[in-house]
Design a protein around this ligand. Structure first.
Ligand code: UDX
Length: 449
């Protein structure tokens, strides 16, 4: 899939080369577009320009190499260069949770527009990809046009992304859908030219207003979070009744109206998107006077947090009721497998709670140790799973990396201090572990089968 260069092929810029921006810039260049990517972080730009992806994403280093070799992808820290180059500017900066409220911190998005606008001397389209509270784009549109020398020849559109970490390339090149939030036909046509290879490949497109485009993203993430918390709420009921949530989830999944995806019971969701997006949605809805409509999301968040505490309780039970001085092996630090992202990672949160309760916690993760060490210096880290398990009284599987699923309980059993495991992701075979002499506990399942 690639474009034949024509006069209609817009030149693209990507502002913000984090997870989303770097992937987008690389993939668009591979698709055949001329792309100039900007970040204010010089180190990041130097790394990318040298062919180094500064985070873990399967396949992306190879794609970066391909994009650089094509000569169509360049990097800069100069906003004036970006303004002069682009017909379409993608804004891909982060919108993290504010430190003192549930709301989103929009300062990076606002700063991008503030710095870019004075250099916009020719007609162009600025396209927001960042996840923002509904109403943000309409507000920024006015500010942008007022500040740009080109005035109303500069337009704003919103094009939310749905990419999952660990599947970033697939989700960018073969997205489930494209959403174009636009205020004019001109903007729609320009976005169609920008995504022509995807449209030609049959990717469904929904053209909408700015507010709907903003809402699609938060509604999608809210739905996914709700689905996860639903099955985790069922896990709580199972814990009280002695039922088995894994069997329950399997039986539900056969109903294709329900489906099995995002119905995996366990330690719940984390990462840089789901938790902060549902909180920002609650905050924005309350600001708009429609808080009641999404008040269920508070419960979704609360269920998710309770799973973390319940996991700590299970480890404590396995340790005999007191965590003080107990050596605990934590398998997993990333918020999910195939990622080195530790933002709001359930695994690290549990590890920190265990540490705070007096346990001696040793963590292993195949990719995320560097990030985890930076955010949680109080924890100890090991170079392999076996090393982390050395002498452990309890082993807690907190992120479901394939290599953890494949651990032989007999081999692990030889290095631990006691054969007690907490499977917080419901991925180990309870029978195999029990047969190998382990006391096996999992969220949402009875103590013994
Ligand atoms: C998510 C959305 O999927 C994506 O569309 C959006 O653009 C960004 O946010 P991501 O954060 O990469 O993507 O992770 P995702 O794969 O959605 O998983 C989110 C969290 O839910 C992870 O912590 C994962 O472990 C957890 N999860 C997922 C469950 O606990 N159970 C499940 O059944 C599925």
């Amino acid at each position: 899939m690639s474009v034949t260069p024509t006069i209609d092929q817009p030149r693209l810029t990507v502002i913000g080369t984090g997870y989303l921006g770097a992937t987008h810039a690389i993939c668009m260049a591979v698709l055949g577009y001329e792309v100039l990517a900007l970040d204010r972080d010089h180190a990041k730009i130097e790394a990318l320009a040298a062919g180094v992806v500064p985070f873990h994403e399967p396949g992306l280093p190879e794609m970066l190499r391909k994009a650089l070799d094509s000569g169509r992808l360049r990097f800069t820290t100069d906003v004036a260069e970006v303004a002069a180059f682009g017909d379409v500017h993608f804004v891909c900066t982060g919108t993290p949770q504010l430190p003192d409220s549930l709301g989103a911190d929009l300062s990076q998005v606002e700063e991008v527009l503030r710095s870019l606008a004075p250099y916009l001397f020719r007609p162009c389209l600025v396209v927001g990809k960042s996840t923002v509270p509904v109403g943000t784009a309409a507000r920024l549109h006015g500010i942008l046009q007022a500040a740009a020398p080109c005035g109303s020849d500069v337009e704003l559109a919103w094009n939310p992304e749905f990419l999952r970490e660990g599947h970033a390339i697939e989700d960018t090149l073969h997205p489930s859908r494209l959403v174009f939030g636009v205020v004019s036909e001109r903007a729609r046509r320009l976005l169609e030219d920008t995504f022509r290879p995807l449209l030609d490949a049959g990717v469904p497109t929904v053209v909408t207003d700015l507010a709907t485009a903003e809402l699609v993203k938060v509604a999608a993430n809210s739905f996914l979070a709700t689905k996860i918390s639903f099955i985790n709420a069922m896990a709580e009921v199972c814990e009280t009744t002695g039922a088995d949530v894994s069997d329950l989830a399997s039986a539900l999944a056969y109903d294709d109206r329900i489906g099995g995806r995002f119905l995996k019971p366990g330690l719940g969701f984390g990462g840089g998107c789901l938790p902060k997006d549902i909180r920002a949605f609650i905050h924005r809805a309350e600001e708009l006077g429609t808080g009641q409509s999404v008040s269920f999301l508070r419960e979704v968040d609360a269920i998710n947090q309770r799973r973390r505490r319940r996991t700590v309780d299970l480890v404590r039970e396995q340790a005999g009721g007191d965590l003080r001085g107990v050596r605990v092996c934590v398998l997993g630090a990333a918020f999910k497998p195939h990622s080195d992202d530790t933002r709001d990672a359930p695994a690290l949160d549990v590890a920190a709670q265990l540490h705070a309760a007096g346990a001696h916690v040793v963590v292993f993760d195949p990719q995320a140790i560097e990030n985890a060490r930076r955010s949680h210096p109080q924890l100890e880290f090991a170079g392999t799973a076996l090393e982390a398990a050395e002498g452990a009284q309890v082993v807690a599987l907190l992120t479901e990396w394939d290599q953890f699923r494949g651990i032989d309980p007999r081999v692990l059993g030889r290095v631990v201090g006691a054969r007690a495991v907490v499977d917080a992701r419901n991925v180990l075979d309870a029978g195999t572990w029990r047969d190998a002499g382990w006391r096996y506990r999992a969220l949402g399942r009875a103590a013994a089968a």
